[in-house]
Design a protein around this ligand. Structure first.
Ligand SMILES: Cc1cc2nc3c(=O)[nH]c(=O)nc-3n(C[C@H](O)[C@H](O)[C@H](O)COP(=O)(O)OP(=O)(O)OC[C@H]3O[C@@H](n4cnc5c(N)ncnc54)[C@H](O)[C@@H]3O)c2cc1C
Length: 527
């Protein structure tokens, strides 16, 4: 076995953490292979609330370090990907009867010094939290907190009259699944090998390296890769990879906590998100989504096993509807729900009693038993880039590589334009491709940024875009997604590379899938 046949890193898992580490390592000149057993972002990384946020409520757990790290990161990420991420205002309606989640360190402290509050969250405490939120994280782009009169402001329309005022603060939105794909593409552009629908079935230490056995899940074919170090970014499967794939003896574990979201038809006209506090002390968001919809989530429910596909139960759906109905003047019913999705948080199990109390911060551990392995526990979309840097700190001592951190300030594919430059890109695209309408051009710019023209190529008319699959999805775009963004099946295209599944019929999605299968078979036949 020649040394050059052994890559430096083998990454298991194509969620945000796996691709983030692969990109960072490849950019430092390391040789990297990554395998994802399904589609990129098919697990937790497409099931999030899609916020680059500091996590206001984690302040109540005194997780100031985590909140600060995440707050600083928001603007770094926004600058690197202004197509798939944008600033968002959050409206927090206030009422004096709002309660703490039981048992948070802050509620215990307040219960001791102000017992008459009986678990209620006072307005001054929220204001203090927001003051910290505004000032911990070196804000330059995002607007600070303001107080809003709900009786006169448009955000008060449709909200129950008992909320006389609200606080408004900033965080950012991000298209989570596209974030994963763009990181994978950038990793590949820097030399990494990215394999989708390829499962790591075993990894064995042989002398000073790993022999990784892989299975192409579509054909059943097996093959091997060799690597000096293994990175286990298996998300909800992190424990399975430790115990079953690598057969490592470890007491570390994760607690799987399911979070579900429902999508309804659009519930309000403005582009701000509501953050509602419930009687159980939890919070949920009602977020403007894909122009015509509202996204409501999330829940916190223990999830038994990573192999069980997370789905929003009727109970979770009703919980979210009841929660939101406590705020909206009109009643949202089951009939308003057009879609739902669920994800499983793989939280590092530190023995906390409640799911909400488990740390949202990441934990990295290294086992070096001849050939080293790094395990990734937990994390947030928001901190994936910092997590990758921390991972590199643990990885680099095993290699003769002293390249420093490099990812801050480096644009993602298509993200090389100013944060306020989206409208200019849309206008420019319509000039270059006059057959596009505003809605179509905006969707393309929000997905592909400065690469939107590469997707459209030399098309001079709609007829040049090839087959139309539904919504404004065309053959030319699908071919681009298959060639450049690892898309294999219709679900990859309509639920992760885009959210056109909300606008396409089941029959249209089925036809797209048949077309994609045929197109792949034709390419294989030609090869
Ligand atoms: C409901 C919910 C809401 C959230 N909201 C936010 C939010 O708004 N903001 C935020 O910052 N964070 C949020 N998070 C957290 C964030 O989504 C996760 O921390 C992050 O997506 C975890 O990424 P990951 O790469 O570790 O895991 P995953 O995305 O699950 O990726 C792990 C991958 O490993 C693959 N894999 C496993 N075993 C193997 C194997 N043997 N071979 C090959 N591949 C394998 C899996 O198929 C999977 O794709 C939320 C999480 C949830 C559940």
């Amino acid at each position: 076995m020649a040394r050059e046949d052994i890559v430096d890193l083998f990454v298991i898992g194509g969620g945000i953490n796996g691709v983030g580490i692969a990109r960072d390592a490849a950019g430092r000149g390391m040789s990297v292979s990554l395998a994802e057993m399904n589609d990129l972002a098919s697990a937790t990384s497409s099931g999030s609330s899609k916020l680059f946020h500091g996590g206001l409520r984690y302040l109540e757990y005194f997780e100031v370090g985590l909140v600060r790290k995440a707050l600083i990161e928001r603007e770094t990420l926004l600058r690197a990907m202004p197509h798939i991420s944008w600033p968002m205002r959050f409206v927090l309606p206030y009422h004096k009867d709002m309660r703490f989640e039981g048992g948070t360190p802050t509620s215990k402290l307040l219960g001791a010094v102000m017992p008459w509050m009986k678990g209620r969250r006072p307005a001054w405490l929220i204001r203090l939290g927001l003051f910290m939120y505004d000032n911990l994280g070196g804000r330059e782009i995002l607007q600070g907190t303001t107080r809003v009169d709900m009786t006169t402001d448009e955000v008060g329309k449709g909200i129950d009259d008992r909320f006389a005022f609200a606080y408004e603060y900033s965080d950012c939105w991000v298209e989570d699944a596209r974030l994963v794909v763009l990181n994978a593409r950038d990793a590949e552009a820097r030399g990494a090998e990215v394999m989708v629908r390829t499962k790591v079935t075993s990894a064995e230490r042989v002398e000073d390296h790993w022999v990784v056995t892989l299975q192409d899940v579509e054909t059943g074919d097996t093959f091997e890769r060799r690597a000096r170090m293994l990175v286990n970014a298996g998300g909800p499967w992190v424990e399975d990879v430790i115990r079953q794939v690598t057969r490592t003896n470890s007491s570390e574990g994760v607690r799987l906590v399911r979070g579900s979201h429902i999508v309804t038809k659009r519930l309000f006209e403005h582009d701000k998100t509501y953050i509602f506090q419930g009687e159980d002390g939890r919070i949920i968001f009602a977020i403007p989504y894909e122009t015509d919809f509202t996204l409501i989530g999330t829940t916190d429910a223990d999830h038994a096993d990573a192999s069980i596909k997370p789905e929003c139960s009727d109970e979770e759906r009703d919980y979210l509807l009841n929660f939101a109905n406590g705020y909206f003047k009109y009643d949202i019913t089951v009939d308003d729900v057009v879609w739902s999705y669920s994800g499983v948080r793989p939280l590092y199990d530190d023995g906390a009693a409640s799911a909400s109390a488990l740390t949202r911060d990441y934990v990295l551990s290294v086992y070096d038993d001849g050939a080293p392995m790094l395990n990734v526990f937990g994390g947030k979309i928001t901190t994936y880039r910092k997590l990758a840097e921390s991972a590199m700190e643990k990885i680099l001592p095993f290699f003769d590589n002293d390249k420093g951190d490099w990812t801050a300030g480096v644009a993602m594919p298509g993200g090389d334009f100013p944060v306020d430059g989206v409208q200019d890109l849309i206008d420019g695209l319509i000039v270059d491709y006059p057959f596009l309408d505003d809605v179509w051009a905006k969707r393309l710019v929000r997905a592909y940024g400065t690469e939107a023209g590469d997707v459209l190529g030399d098309a001079g008319a709609v007829s040049d875009m090839g087959q139309l699959f539904g919504a404004n999805l065309t053959e030319r775009e699908v071919r681009w997604l298959m060639a450049h963004e690892y898309a294999r099946r219709a679900e990859d295209v309509v639920w992760r590379r885009s959210k056109l599944g909300l606008r396409m019929s089941v029959a249209e999605i089925g036809q797209l899938d048949e077309w994609m299968q045929a197109a792949r078979a034709a390419v294989k036949g030609d090869a």
